[in-house]
Design a protein around this ligand. Structure first.
Ligand SMILES: Nc1ncnc2c1ncn2[C@@H]1O[C@H](COP(=O)(O)OP(=O)(O)OP(=O)(O)O)[C@@H](O)[C@H]1O
Ligand SMILES: [Mg+2]
Length: 261
């Protein structure tokens, strides 16, 4: 009997994305796909343009950065055709972001719980007490002790690692289709890193698709299905993690692999 492979449905497609600042190219014809239900890692050195790609997907590019070419499709819809309000609704419910610097991403004047609650207020019809239970549940899932206490803390009252987990909780609380996680474990010790990796695997089993931005090839090899290698604003290699790690074709990928081994 012939076994058919399930079709690889792209949830997100970045096509030819070119971004410049003051006539200088930051991203040059960047194209890659994130397949539904899989974890895709975006790997590249510092300054290679990873966070810029994430910001472009979310419609959060700083004003100085100009998209001069290309498009981003989410579920085959061109995101640049959405107006500000449609884009705001998209963030959190369809695409959620775990930012690289969680302190800057939280509002310093609101408690962690209030900020997670805002996401639920915008994207769900849950009542206040249902939202409260859901928030405590998501805070405990990301391994934050005493969720009820964390709920009432302000961002500066948490450690860097705790804030990073609170940010992951905020990203997943409304069950988005795509999570973009920018170096989500960089502030965590190795034990917590392993737990957070488990958590991402669970999110994947629950149907979420993940774009994981990371320098950490160890994490990428354990967690990701596919990998996109970025060097100085250009995609130099793309494929399944197994294929790329076993037989890196591009010299930059080979150098990365040597440094990792
Ligand atoms: N607002 C901005 N104005 C001018 N240049 C910028 C701006 N934001 C980013 N850049 C430049 O764009 C390039 C890519 O930056 P980006 O933050 O995307 O890199 P990255 O791959 O995320 O790096 P890291 O691993 O250090 O987080 C860098 O050269 C950076 O200096
Ligand atoms: Mg970055």
């Amino acid at each position: 009997m012939t076994r058919f492979k399930r079709p690889m449905k792209p949830l997100l497609e970045v096509n030819d994305l070119t971004i410049q600042v003051n006539q200088q190219l930051l991203l040059h014809n960047v194209s890659f796909k994130v397949v539904q239900g899989r974890i895709t890692a975006l790997v590249g050195g510092s300054g290679s343009g990873k966070t810029t790609i994430a910001s472009a997907i979310l419609g959060l590019l700083p004003p100085a950065l100009e998209v001069t070419r290309g498009q981003i499709l989410f579920e085959h819809k061109n995101l640049s055709l959405l107006n500000k309000e449609q884009m705001r609704l998209m963030r959190g419910s369809s695409i959620a972001m775990v930012f690289q610097e969680p302190l800057g991403a939280f509002n310093p004047l609101m408690t962690i719980g209030q900020q997670i609650d805002e996401v639920l207020e915008i994207h769900t019809k849950l009542h206040k007490d249902q939202r409260w239970h859901k928030i405590l549940d998501v805070l405990s899932r990301v391994e934050l002790p005493n969720p009820a206490e964390v709920y009432h803390r302000y961002p500066h009252q948490l450690s860097g690692g705790q804030r990073q987990r609170a940010m992951i909780a905020q990203a997943v609380v409304a069950h988005p289709k795509l999570i973009i996680a920018d170096e989500p474990t960089s502030n965590l010790d190795v034990i917590l890193q392993a737990r957070i990796m488990d958590l991402f695997r669970r999110f994947k089993r629950e149907g979420m698709t993940i774009l994981l931005i990371s320098h950490d090839l160890g994490m990428v090899s354990h967690l990701a299905d596919d990998v996109v290698i970025l060097d100085k604003g250009q995609v130099v290699e793309e494929g399944s993690v197994n294929a790329v790690m076993k037989h890196p074709k591009h010299t930059y990928t080979q150098r990365l692999m040597e440094a990792f081994q």
